[in-house]
Design a binder for this molecule. Structure first.
Ligand code: C5P
Length: 229
């Protein structure tokens, strides 16, 4: 069953208020640098104690030994999902997956803030971002990672070429497309589910809503409806 993940890109007080208001729903909470740097273990414990799953989005990219140690530390912290840059290379990804027991590792391929100009910057022979994303997803799968984070544009193709068991996590989800903010390409929950997304990541639309419960309920309804069809 696909999951809904709330991105807690906010301060501690707002995060705690959201955790309280959404405590009745089966959710994953994503903590990134914004919250993890100041709050660290304490916010992680507040999420876990309420029975939520924890997605630590720190996008590791370092020498293999350093990343392996970081994965081990995240494992001990009770993290359920953790991100790494697939560009870190085969050895980094393999060392990371050898340390991962319960934690699911997700590869980040090319950030959606990059466009085709990035290929020139890297001086790579890939002809398109899409080709490079597919390649990096394949490398991640072969190295033992459990999934990738990708844009809504890539999800269908990734699911098709990498198989159903490889999880695809999709940010840039909006209930209504006109609320895209700085996201260049957004999908509605229904569109992302139809393309095969395993986890929908939503931040500002939930955090900024006067009724975050209503937004969450609407997406969870889409998920359960999708499961039945
Ligand atoms: O507020 P919004 O719903 O746009 O938040 C999306 C979340 O997904 C943010 O935490 C952002 O860092 C993350 N993300 C993204 N695009 C990617 C990878 C991660 O928006 N390609």
């Amino acid at each position: 069953m696909p999951k809904l993940c709330v991105a807690l890109d906010t301060d501690k007080d707002t995060a705690l208020r959201i955790l309280d208001r959404l405590s009745d729903y089966p959710l994953v909470f994503k903590v990134g640098h914004r919250l993890f740097i100041p709050e660290g273990r304490s916010i992680v414990e507040r999420i876990k104690v309420k029975g939520f799953e924890l997605f630590l989005d720190l996008k590791f990219h370092d020498i293999p030994n350093t990343v392996a140690l970081a994965v081990k530390a995240a494992e001990e912290l009770g993290v359920d999902y953790l991100t790494l840059h697939s560009l870190g290379g085969k050895e980094m990804l393999e060392r990371a997956s050898s340390e991962a027991k319960a934690v699911k590792l997700l590869g980040v391929s090319i950030l959606t803030s990059h466009d085709e100009g990035y290929l020139g910057f890297l001086r790579t022979r890939f002809r398109s971002i899409r080709d490079m994303v597919l390649y990096l997803a394949r490398v991640s799968l072969d190295a033992g990672l459990q999934g990738v984070v990708c844009s809504g544009e890539e999800v269908g193709e990734l699911k098709e070429s990498l198989g159903r068991d490889f999880e695809v996590v999709v940010p840039g989800i909006r209930l209504r497309k006109e609320n895209s903010q700085d996201q260049k390409r957004v999908l509605t929950p229904k569109e992302a589910l139809r393309r095969g997304a395993d986890m929908l990541v939503m931040g500002r639309e939930i955090l900024g809503s006067p009724r975050p419960e209503a937004v969450v309920e609407e997406v969870l309804r889409d998920i359960s409806h999708y499961e039945r069809t």
